[in-house]
Design a protein around this ligand. Sequence first.
Ligand code: 5GP
Ligand code: ZN
Length: 113
Amino acid sequence: MSDCLFCRIGRGELGTQFLLETDQLAAFRDINPQAPTHILVIPKKHIQSLADLQPEDQGLMGDILMAIKSLAEQEGLEDGYRVVVNTGPDGGQSVGHLHFHLLGGRSLQWPPG
Ligand code: 5GP
Ligand code: ZN
């Protein structure tokens, strides 16, 4: 999936500024933020969605959650935040490369639409 948008971002081809980067993951601000803090965290390897995870991805998913915790601290989200993984058509996923939304900086409503 070399032409996938988030694969390209992960490889640094679009000049996206990373807030955090390792060999396996990258974090960057959403282009259309829905909250004062809206960060996307992606695995660099192409995984279509949460539904496509394989057993060998377990460690990577733990790394992503730990990265999200660090990013939330960096962003000063001490009052809380939300982590969202839209999955598939009914989940509202619009980019076919697994990504975790980190949203915070305002009081978020529930339930989602
Ligand atoms: P989804 O709807 O798939 O859960 O989330 C996709 C997210 O990617 C959306 O919030 C959208 O604003 C964001 N997005 C789409 N294209 C780009 C882009 O080129 N750069 C960045 N930083 N975010 C993008
Ligand atoms: Zn991809």
